[in-house]
Every structure is written in C-alpha cells, then in structure tokens.
Write a protein that binds this ligand. Structure first.
Ligand code: BGC
Length: 773
C-alpha cells in the first residue's frame, strides 16, 4: 500500500507566491451561481516540466485547455481557514501545448461559505463571503503565469451548491463566456500551507444491486452500501429535461424512501440536460451520505447508467480482521466504510445530515481503530492542527474542529470544554505516537495538552469534576453520550457523568505524564504524575464504597475505572464481581455510550472475564454491536437503537446510520482477540505486544495490519480448548510475548515458554490451551 504524506513536522513551510488571491466579479455571493476565473496565455517551452500551485477561498476545480487537472476531490480541503488553507501542487506539463493555452478555475462555496452547523444555527459565510483563487504556474526558470487582475471571470452552469445543500447544474449553460473581470482580495499568503494530508479521492464505483419504481413513478436505486460520496450517471434525453437525485441511508417499512434524518440538509442534485446525446453528471462541490438514491425525471430523459461514487481521504485499507462469524466480519467492514465516509478532510461525526462536523469526542474514541484500519497518520495530525487552532484562551478544547462557533462567539458561547471530547488533544497524539512512532506530533501538541489538562483541573473540585448539566456552562460535558439508558431521544446528561469526567481528567493527566517522559520533560512529568495520583485518590474516595462497589453502578464507570487502573488493589475483587453482576443483570446487553463503549470489552479482557466479553460482543439484541448488523447495516449506526426491530426509524431528529464511534470496538479485535498491540516502549511497531485473548466461538481468526516496515499477520484457530496462534512480523518489528493466565502450557515454535519471549521478524507458531473457565 502507499503510505500517506509524512505527518506534521513542526514548522509551517510556506512558499513564495507570485499570484494574488483573485475574486471573480461575476460572483453574486453565497448560495448563488458558482463562478470561474480564467486566463488565456501563450506558452512556448513545449516539453518543459511545469507545475501548478493552486488554492482557493471556497472549493476549486481547475481545467487546462478543457482537461481537468488531477482527480482530487473537494480541493483545497477543509481546515480552519483563518489559520491555514491548503494548497495543491500538480505537474501540468502534459496538459499544456505550444502556443495558446487556457486555464480555468471553477470556484464554489464549499465549507468556506456555504451554511455550516445544524438547523437554525447554520452559519453562512462562516470564514468569509468572497470566493477566490490563487495560482502560480511555475517552470524551470520561474513563474510562467500567476493569478492577477488581468484574469477574467464568468458564471458557471452550477446555479447553486453547498455542502449540505447539494448542487444544481444546468448543462445548457455550459461553455459560459467570460463576462466579468476579477478583483484582487486582501489576503495573507502566509496562511497557505502544502496540503497536510492526502487529497480526497474517489473509490471504485458501486453499481446498483436493485432498483424499483415508487407510487409516483420515481426510480429508487439501492447501491448496496452506505457511503459518503455522490451519484454519477449517464443520461440521454431532450434539452431542458431535468433529473433530480435525492439520497437516503435507509428505507422505512415497505421499502419506503426515508431521509428525514438528514434534517435541514437538502442533499440533492438537480441536473438540466443539454439534450445532445449522452451526458454524464456528478456534482462537483458537495457530497452526501447515502445508500439509496431516488431519481425523479421531469421531461423526456432516460438514465443509461448510474453508480454511487464513494469518496475518502483514506481510500486504502491498512488492516483487516476476519473470523468464523459472518456478522462480526460485516461489523468490521461497516467500520471501514464508516471511517471512509467520515474521513473526508476532517474526521466527522456523520456524512449525511446538516452537521458533518469534526466532533472531537468521536475522533478520540475512534483514533486507534482508525490507525488499525487505514494509514491515518497525516489525516489525524492535520486534524490536530485544526483542534489546536480552535483551543480557547482558557485551554478549553472545542466540541468540534474546525469550529465555526469560534469565529462567532457572541452567537455561540461555550462550544468548548467537554471532558471526553476535549481530551482528543492528548489522546490522539498519543495514538499517533504509539502507532507511527511520531514524536513530532507529541512536541507540537504538548503546550495545548498542558493547557487542556490545566483547564480541566481548573473546573474540578478537589479534583473531582462535577460538570454542570446545561449546555454552554463552563465545564459542561456530553458525558457518556447516547448511553442506552432510559429515553435518550433528547440526550440528557448521562448517568455518572461526574465519574466519567473525573476518569477522563485522570486519563489525560496520566497520559500527559507519559508523554512528558517521552519528550524528556522531567518537571512536567513529575507534576502530572503527582496530579494523576491526587485524582486517583480522590476518585477512590468519592466513587468507591468501602465494600468495593462503584457509587455509579454502571458498565461505563466500571469499564473505564478498571481499564485505567483506578480501582485500588483492596477493592478489585469486589468491584469485579459487581461489574460482572451489572452485565449479567443487563442480560449481556451493552449499557455504554460513546466513551464507555470502547472501554467495555478491553476492560473485560483485562480482567480475564473473557466469557462476559464473548457474550456481550456476540449477542444480537439491542443494544449490542451485532443487532445493527443483523438489521442489514452496512455502516456503523449513531445509536444502538437507530432502527427498531420492525424497521421503523427511531428518532429522525438525531439519528445517523454512519457514525463511526461504536466501531471503536475494532481496536479490541486487533489488540485483544488477534493479540497484537503497538508497544509504547518501542513506538511505531518497532515492538509488538503479543497477547492473544481468543474468543473460541470466533475461530478461525485472521488479522493483518500494514505498517511502514511491512505487513503484520496474526491469526488463530481453536481445536477443543487448544489454540494455535500464528504470527508473522516484518523486518524491523519484533514481538514480545508474556505468557498469561489464559495461555496454559504455551509452546513457541515447538519449545515451551516460561517467561517473556522475544519474537524476531518472521513467522511464529504459538500453541496454548485456554484455562477451564
Ligand atoms: C454528534 C456527535 C457528537 C455529539 C456531541 C452529535 O450531534 O453527531 O457524534 O459527539 O453531538 O455529544
């Protein structure tokens, strides 16, 4: 596989631009027709290498002599545009011809100025109200052509476009003339940085697996897979005929097309035909989250071919997991698809409704899974820069990044500072360090981490965090968001949010101590260790009864407290029994929300309660991971109960069928079930901790993960109570196996193992028996 551009390295390197940021004078503002800027120019040096450096306010697509430059989508990408704007670089030598040439740059609203944020909170013109382009064409002896006030502009056949809105395109207006000039915009070129991650790309098209007509004669296509992207079709018909495409993730009962969960996102395209033979259309400056498309034709036209085109910043997988259970295999695929759909420039909550924001909590719980499933290093490093740019003066980290509310504080006070969400600034760099050995990201984020941890300390009380329950109040937390307890239609403060907030306070403080140690920041390490110790003591005092029961007797509290070693030795046995009872009392159904869920199975595995982990993971009722798979999900749902057993949609006001957070269970599949984890002591997979915790009913298991050194493969099968585990490590990667309670009578490559064993690169066979439960 190809590894993505190296991650952030500290300094921002800008280039010396000759061009100006120019705005088309044909532009009439947000929500109106898109415009192009263009220039006809002479070029004599045929065959010389020529590069194009290009960026925009808004989104752009560039054409030279009518041919599109590159195949990147949604360029220049999405960043906190007031902090950084990405530029791209293309080799355009082959697109130029001797003599007359023409460059045309299409510009549209994109994230920059189409309404962002949900419902009535939507902010149009968030980063600015003028679209514009900047470009330099550079040959061996310097700039050949640059954007300046001699360029021309004109309106495009894109009559309206927006991230949530979709796109309206009238093909009769193609080849529109240059009607206007351009204006030079005041612009700080120092904002321009080379694209920090790989550009968004199209994946393989998905052909429909079914189609039918509804009562009103509209055709519904089922592409078989929920994805983020758009529909591309070929159509034939009369000029002026119209094709409207609407999108949906699910069908209600009776195959009823239902996209009420898109809320205010129109998420449609409308194409008017030229009428001169086959015409192919896909929107240029938007995307949707969908599995189904409903096509309405107005006038005389016929769809000849149609496909769903998924897009992603991480199109290539870097990991896979299969087992003897097809529902589990599908769950992993669903996670991969949810990652693809939501890794479009920014790690978003969902790709379909009027939200699609880079929620920090979702990203932090999913970060490790993201790294297992695709090379996410540059993508998440870039995201951290957005998160850092949004951090408030007092250290509070935004609920989402890029954060439109930061630029409009009077209208949107208090969109920062939730535990579990803001902790992204500590957790994600650590994940990037362990997975990729990336120390630079730790250094770059160190100060923001300290400010975050200090912020949480400042809202704590001795040092328990007691979050206020009102949105916007200082220290408000989303808690264990969407915990499946009671009526969560309008999510309220979840139970135990003080406990969860205090645990997260501990997690980040403790991690910061470890990060300080890696960076050789001894004073900080000591300070944070001390603080973590104080939180640990206070936690035990506040939340653990003398008999060893947690004051909040719920799965999230137990899972997090055990996973992060917050239960003192004297209480562990009793607390473990209570944990067990809580799960049995719930009939092995999940009781955790966004932040408890990723901890649940790892905590059970850590405690050796493999029987419970197996039952909770494999039960197919709601709430449970496999319920949604058994209901035909092809991506991960936002809520455990997003769809009722009879197929009805639970709550269209906040219900996405493509939210990766609960897919974070894949981390457990790799690290516990397949038994491979990156060792923080030798980061970047220089060393792999080998500690399989087999779930016999999943046999046979096979996992792989591509790292820069090569491919790691781990798998096992179970015969009776005997496990045969086979591991292959590439050069530059050693394994470390420490026999544990669940590895009885282990032999490694035929020899008994009694203590820590180091496994050199190559293939190893480990055989052991599972203990009687
Ligand atoms: C988003 C989430 C997010 C949450 C905050 C929702 O609207 O879709 O995924 O984390 O709000 O709790």
């Amino acid at each position: 596989m190809n590894f993505q551009p190296a991650a952030i390295s500290g300094d921002r390197v800008s280039r010396a631009w000759s061009g100006d940021m120019i705005a088309p004078l044909s532009d009439r503002g947000q929500g109106t027709a898109a415009s192009f800027v263009s220039k006809t120019f002479d070029h004599e040096g045929a065959g010389l290498p020529i590069e194009l450096f290009i960026s925009a306010l808004g989104l752009y697509r560039c054409f030279i002599n009518g041919t599109r430059v590159g195949n990147d989508v949604l360029t220049p990408g999405w960043t906190n545009y007031d902090d950084r704007i990405a530029y791209q670089r293309y080799d355009i030598s082959k697109l130029l011809k001797p003599g007359r040439n023409r460059i045309e740059i299409w510009l549209a609203d994109g994230w920059y100025r189409s309404p962002i944020m949900w419902g009535a909170k939507a902010i149009p013109n968030c980063w600015g109200d003028r679209i514009g382009a900047i470009a330099d064409l550079v040959g061996p002896s310097g700039p050949l052509l640059s954007t300046d006030t001699t360029w021309q502009s004109g309106p495009l056949p894109i009559l309206k476009s927006g991230i949530y809105f979709g796109e309206i395109f009238d093909a009769r207006l193609e080849n529109a003339a240059e009607t206007h000039g351009v204006e030079r915009l005041p612009f700080d070129k120092g904002l321009l940085v080379a694209h920090e991650t790989a550009a968004v790309r199209e994946l393989q098209p998905l052909a429909p697996i079914d189609s039918w007509s509804d009562d009103e004669g509209r055709t519904i296509y089922d592409f078989g897979q929920n994805a983020g992207g758009y529909v591309r079709y070929r159509v034939r018909g009369a000029g002026g005929a119209e094709v409207r495409v609407e999108h949906a993730e699910v069908l209600g009962p009776d195959r009823h097309f239902d996209n009420r969960n898109y809320r205010a996102a129109a998420a449609h395209t409308l194409y008017t035909l030229r009428g001169d033979g086959d015409e192919t259309y896909a929107p240029h400056f938007t995307f949707h989250g969908f599995r189904y498309a409903r096509v309405t034709i107005n006038g005389n036209a016929k769809i000849v071919e149609i496909a769903s085109i998924p897009i992603s910043s991480v199109p290539e997988p870097a990991g896979g997991f299969t087992s003897g259970n097809s529902l589990v295999n599908r769950l992993v695929q669903n996670t991969i698809w949810s990652q693809r759909a939501n890794f479009v420039e920014v790690p978003t909550d969902c790709p379909q409704r009027d939200e699609r924001l880079g929620w920090t909590g979702d990203a932090q719980v999913f970060a490790a899974t993201a790294c297992w499933l695709s090379d996410s290093q540059s993508f998440l490093s870039k995201y951290l820069r957005d998160v850092m740019a949004d951090q408030r003066e007092d250290g509070a980290v935004s609920h989402f990044s890029p954060d439109p509310t930061r630029l409009h504080p009077a209208d949107f006070p208090g969109y920062a500072g939730s535990t579990g969400w803001g902790d992204a600034i500590v957790v994600i760099p650590w994940v990037l360090y362990t997975h990729y050995g990336n120390r630079a990201v730790l250094s770059e984020c160190l100060d923001p981490m300290v400010r975050w941890v200090d912020f949480v300390w400042s809202i704590s009380d001795g040092p328990i965090v007691r979050p206020p329950s009102h949105w916007g109040a200082r220290g408000f937390t989303f808690g264990d968001w969407l915990q499946p307890v009671g009526d969560n239609r309008k999510p309220r403060p979840t139970i135990a949010d003080d406990c969860a907030a205090t645990i997260y306070h501990f997690i980040s403080t403790d991690l910061l101590a470890r990060i300080a140690a890696v960076l050789g920041e001894e004073a900080l390490e000591e300070q944070m260790k001390r603080r973590a110790g104080e939180i640990r003591l206070a936690f035990a005092n506040e939340f653990i009864t003398p008999a060893g029961r947690l004051a909040h007797n719920d799965q999230t509290s137990y899972a997090l407290a055990f996973l992060y070693d917050l239960i003192p030795a004297e209480h562990r046995q009793a607390a473990q029994q209570h944990f067990r009872k809580v799960i049995i009392d719930a009939d092995y159904k999940i009781g955790t929300g966004f932040i408890g869920t990723p901890a649940l199975l790892p905590a059970l595995t850590k405690l050796g309660m493999d029987d419970l982990a197996e039952k909770v993971f494999l039960q197919e009722d709601v709430p449970g991971w496999l319920y949604q798979v058994s209901k035909g999900a092809t991506t991960i749902w936002e809520r455990w109960d997003s769809m009722a057993p009879d197929g009805t949609i639970y709550e269209p006001d906040m219900n996405s069928y493509n939210h990766y957070a609960y897919g974070a269970v894949c981390q457990w599949l790799f690290e516990c079930v397949a038994g491979i984890s990156p060792s923080p002591e030798a980061a970047g997979f220089a060393e792999v901790i080998v500690d399989p915790a087999p779930i016999p009913s999943l046999s046979p298991v096979s996992a792989y993960h591509d790292i820069s050194q090569g491919r790691i493969e781990a798998g096992w099968h179970c015969t009776g109570s005997e496990i045969t585990y086979v591991l292959t490590l590439p050069e530059g990667c050693v394994g470390r196996f420490r026999p544990g309670r669940r590895h009885q009578n282990p032999t490694l490559n035929g020899e008994p193992v009694f203590e820590d064993a180091v496994l050199p690169p190559g293939t190893h066979r480990l055989v052991f028996s599972l203990p009687d439960s």
